[in-house]
Design a protein around this ligand. Structure first.
Ligand code: ADP
Ligand code: ADP
Length: 227
């Protein structure tokens, strides 16, 4: 479980992006952060892997304050997926997916075998393994992004609008396949979106943010739909 305890982030220019956030993200579930642009969703997400440090408050994972860990050790256990997959343009698809295993010094054969297996799991034809990112569609690149984040089998995944930049039909299939994959891998997921329909479809828990970085409501999809 990931826990935010009274977490505030004030940027150097005085902007309060997140205001006294207390929130639990249960293990093995998808918790969606939803709300309008600028309400502190991305800032909250990036504090979990210490890309951003809080001004006040504590974040813990399974009871351990994340500041007690070295930031790179912490990140090894946290997959990260962003809106425009952020793939390395000069590396093939298979090498993009195996980025973290290579960094961890895995045997190359094992790293590549894992990458190929992940391609299948995220619905990519393994014939694309030797292609470069520019040769893939946006939806395919996002699949590579998800596979890359999963490669070292991290217990936690941070996903920042991963399906928002593709057209509605591709988005629906990415969402459906993501739900199917999650039912197998059961990661602890914090998922950011501004789309309430996506939040209701994907979230076990939904944290509704409002402008000013305040958590307005925490609910299950059913509770949200009946209110
Ligand atoms: P969201 O993800 O919900 O769109 P963000 O977390 O990106 O929100 O931003 C929350 C608020 O913090 C916004 O007002 C944004 O302009 C501001 N903000 C984000 N990053 C910075 C920064 N580096 N410096 C100053 N303000 C920032
Ligand atoms: P953006 O272009 O959305 O602002 P960022 O600057 O947040 O992207 O991140 C740049 C890159 O840093 C990401 O594409 C990602 O490859 C890398 N990165 C940051 N944190 C992590 C992490 N925890 N695990 C893996 N890669 C990370």
């Amino acid at each position: 479980m990931i826990r935010f305890d009274g977490v505030t982030k004030r940027y150097p220019d005085g902007t309060v992006a997140v205001d006294d956030l207390t929130l639990e993200i249960p293990s093995g579930q998808i918790t969606v952060f939803v709300g309008p642009s600028g309400c502190g969703k991305t800032t909250s997400l990036r504090m979990i892997n210490r890309m951003i440090e809080p001004t006040a408050g504590t974040i813990s994972i399974d009871g351990e304050d994340i500041r007690k860990k070295d930031a790179s050790d912490l990140r090894r256990g946290i997959g990260y997926v962003i809106q425009h997959a952020g793939l390395f343009p000069h590396r093939t698809i298979i090498d993009n997916i195996a980025t973290v295993p290579y960094l961890l010094g895995w045997d190359k054969k094992k790293a590549r075998a894992t990458a190929l297996e992940l391609m299948e799991r995220v619905g990519l034809d393994t014939k694309m393994a030797k292609r470069y990112p520019f040769q893939l569609s946006g939806g395919q690149q996002q699949r590579v992004g998800v596979a890359r984040a999963l490669a070292a089998d991290p217990p936690v995944m941070l996903m920042d609008e991963p399906f928002s930049a593709v057209d509605p039909i591709v988005r629906k299939s990415l969402q459906d396949e993501f739900l199917r994959l999650q039912s197998e891998v059961r990661k602890t997921i914090a998922f950011v979106t501004h789309d309430i329909d996506e939040a209701v479809k994907l979230g076990h828990r939904i944290a509704v943010f409002q402008v000013g970085g305040v958590l307005a409501q925490q609910a299950t999809p059913d509770e949200l739909l009946t209110n």
